[in-house]
Design a protein around this ligand. Structure first.
Ligand SMILES: Cc1cc2nc3c(=O)[nH]c(=O)nc-3n(C[C@H](O)[C@H](O)[C@H](O)COP(=O)(O)OP(=O)(O)OC[C@H]3O[C@@H](n4cnc5c(N)ncnc54)[C@H](O)[C@@H]3O)c2cc1C
Length: 383
């Protein structure tokens, strides 16, 4: 296929960027499609990084969304290891760190997010790591293999998945969470309590209300200052959430506020520029704004934008869903339980398989399922 006509340029070759390129071709977009990614590897899936890949059960070649031939076959110009450094909105071109300029008619920003950096001393110590990219995990894996005591700062999904991997490798692991329970922003109390129980049963120590103030090297180990207490570890992984990569958009004068601001059609204030995935804060049907970090959000937004760009203006309205695998526990969430005022357990948590239905003002808004895929599928239909 030889493309003619307009140019679509996608910045960021993660879940959203890859899906946008593929969806444009699926929708019969006949212009050129350029996918720019600053990581060196072929576009790959992130979820296995803190699960099967770190565990050694998923090979690296299995992480790629598609083999190289896919891009050739679909006439997608994939450029890896190259960063977009600026956007000339008036001239409609993207500047690259190689010094080149790539012209566009449609620009899709899919720049993702990066680990949040705590404002505390010691983050740059060699034994203190983060986990976002394939390169991060490739650097972490050998260290994990040699670690006897791992401290994970942050009891979010990535930290807990890592804890489950470490526990299965027999590594003495402590999770330090500043809130008074795990996954406080993402899960209802019953589901969160179940996850904490499961983690403890695998041997992980969970410390809530633990506010980390800094790290200091002490020979080969790290002293973690908790104010009134101290924890030692020979490896520390900080997983305290992510911040959206908005600099490119902000420097180009696009509106940003914890995400690139986009309307219901995922369009920025510049009609030629869209933003999708982890980097985008989108407007919902009720006029509020949301930013989500999930594979579902990245891929469904990519599909919605591809429809809009190919002449079928499509607002983004997909139901959010998410999953997390921790050891033998599969957690699936359908809907958005933020601000729920009632949580009802359905089933018996002691069997290890149950769901929690979350309600806001009497209306079902989310269902969290633990090893209960049938309930998850039903909830997605119902919601
Ligand atoms: C370890 C881990 C486990 C996860 N597990 C799950 C899970 O189980 N379920 C789930 O739903 N979600 C999970 N997620 C979240 C999910 O992976 C993200 O929501 C998803 O990757 C978002 O896709 P994205 O394309 O918006 O961003 P990303 O996948 O982060 O991709 C953005 C890409 O853009 C690149 N980029 C940024 N700026 C530039 C630039 N200027 N020029 C060129 N390239 C640039 C970045 O380097 C990156 O490669 C996980 C995330 C991580 C890190």
């Amino acid at each position: 296929m030889v493309s003619t006509g307009p140019h679509a340029v996608i910045v960021g070759a993660g879940h959203a960027g890859f899906a946008a390129a593929a969806a444009l071709r699926d929708r019969g977009y006949t212009g050129s499609v350029t996918l720019l990614g600053d990581e060196d590897s072929m576009p790959y899936q992130r979820p296995p990084l803190s699960k099967g890949y770190l565990l050694g059960k998923v090979e690296q070649r299995r992480l790629a969304f598609r083999p190289e031939s896919f891009y050739t076959r679909h006439d997608i110009t994939l450029r890896t290891g190259v960063a977009a450094t600026g956007i000339d909105r008036a001239g409609r071109s993207v500047h690259l760190d190689s010094g080149e300029r790539v012209p566009y008619d449609t620009l899709i920003l899919a720049t993702g997010a990066r680990p949040r950096r705590l404002d505390i001393p010691g983050l740059d110590l060699e034994a203190v790591a983060t986990l976002r990219t394939l390169a991060d995990v490739d650097a972490l894996a050998p260290r994990l293999a040699g670690a006897t005591r791992l401290a994970i700062v942050g009891g979010g999904f990535i930290g807990l998945e890592l804890a489950a991997v470490a526990a299965s490798k027999g590594i003495d692991t402590v999770v330090l969470e500043s809130a008074d329970r795990l996954l406080q922003r993402s899960l209802s109390e019953p589901t969160s309590a179940h996850v904490a129980r499961a983690q403890r049963s695998w041997g992980t120590e969970i410390r809530t209300g633990a506010r980390v103030r800094g790290f200091a090297a002490d020979g080969p180990s790290v002293r973690i200052d908790l104010g009134d207490d101290e924890v030692r570890a020979d490896l520390v992984v900080v997983g305290v959430g992510a911040v959206p990569n908005v600099d490119l958009a902000a420097d180009a004068g696009l509106a940003v506020d914890d995400g690139v601001l986009v309307d219901t059609h995922l369009r920025t204030c510049d009609p030629a520029v869209f933003a999708i995935g982890d980097c985008a804060r989108f407007t919902t049907a009720d006029g509020s704004t949301r930013r989500r970090e999930s594979v579902q959000n990245a891929t469904d937004q990519a599909r919605a934008v591809a429809r809009t760009v190919t002449g079928d203006p499509t607002p983004y309205q997909a139901l959010p869903w998410f999953w997390s695998d921790q050891h033998d526990l599969k957690l699936q969430i359908a809907g958005d339980g933020t601000g729920h005022d009632e949580a009802r357990i359905v089933g018996d948590p002691s069997t290890g398989s149950f769901s929690t239905s979350c309600y806001r003002e009497g209306r079902l808004v989310a269902v969290e399922s633990i090893n209960d895929p049938t309930a998850h599928v039903a909830a997605r239909k119902q919601l």
